[in-house]
Design a protein around this ligand. Sequence first.
Ligand SMILES: *Cc1c(COP(=O)(O)O)cnc(C)c1O
Length: 364
Amino acid sequence: MTTHYFSPGPASLPAAVRELIKHELLDTFGIGVSVMEISHRSRQYESLSEETLKLVREVMEIPQTHKVLLTPFGAQQHFSLLLNHLSLQGDTVAYTETGVWAHLATVDAQAANRKVAVVYDGAPRLNSLGDPSNWDIPQESKYLHLTVNNTVEGTEYPSLKFHGHVPLVLDMTSAMASRRDIPWERTALIYASAQKNFGIAGCSLVVIHNDYFETARANAKKNNLGNALNYCAIHDAKSVLNTPPVFPIYVTNRYLHWMKAVGGIETMEKWAHERARLVYGEVDGTFYTGHAAEKHRSRHNFVFRLPTPELDAKFISEAEKEGILEIKGYRTLGGVRASMYNGISLESAHHFADFMKQFRTRNG
Ligand SMILES: *Cc1c(COP(=O)(O)O)cnc(C)c1O
């Protein structure tokens, strides 16, 4: 039986990428050495690394106004790193309370003695992103931090056009490489760990606007960040400042090659919309109840519940018999959450939507 793995992260790789990795594993470079063993100072890794950085820029359509670096760490380390690059103690910074991850980012800023302006608080339901055109963003804010896709709650900004001039910092961990509408001119920094949309756990992507780069370097020093935590130092060293997560970066390389071959992020975006259409088509009936406000629905995390908690449990256990795994809702929300990132095929999304339909017919 085929497994359809809808984990919120780490998440499925495209089947072709998994196969390729298996095929290449033990002799990745044709010199009898696996990618798990290759020296990060070897000619082979050097060219893999350079090619990966080029592919990131090309496939993710990142303009020359921005610098690209690959780092170790997950997204949570960047909560702290980004604020130490873009602000100093006492500075005003703007945050949004839109979910579990947005909250943790906000808490890190508060703990670092910034003046944190919470410009939107969606608690306790966290099912809507409000009306950004009404947000009161202090002019002096060094940046506005946004979680583009709220992975736990299943909400996502339909548009990334925000009013005002405060530079944007985007947590795109569950949305990178699947939407093309990034407002580049206004975006100071983007970060995303790889394990949801473009790789496996262990590396992350940081994109910094050229205009903020030297200030970021100076701020990091003033904030006493060590050299290996300094985005600019990592960038200067072409993302090989110290031993990088070689295997995760290799996986991202193969993932990006696959994306390019199937049509790039234009295709990723189209497929994300198509998967969402299939699942929300069922959610929109009378049997299932979606969590997110319709206009803020995520294209990646589908959060809904059934008429009773008993039916939630039955749905999850019967799904397992159809090869559908990891769809239990987050512990504070209950219900069901099916996550579908770039690696999930349209066939898997169809399989899930068909199961929803059959279950509704049997139990509705
Ligand atoms: C998963 C996730 C994180 C946390 O990522 P880690 O790499 O585990 O630190 C942060 N933000 C968002 C939006 C996420 O989806």
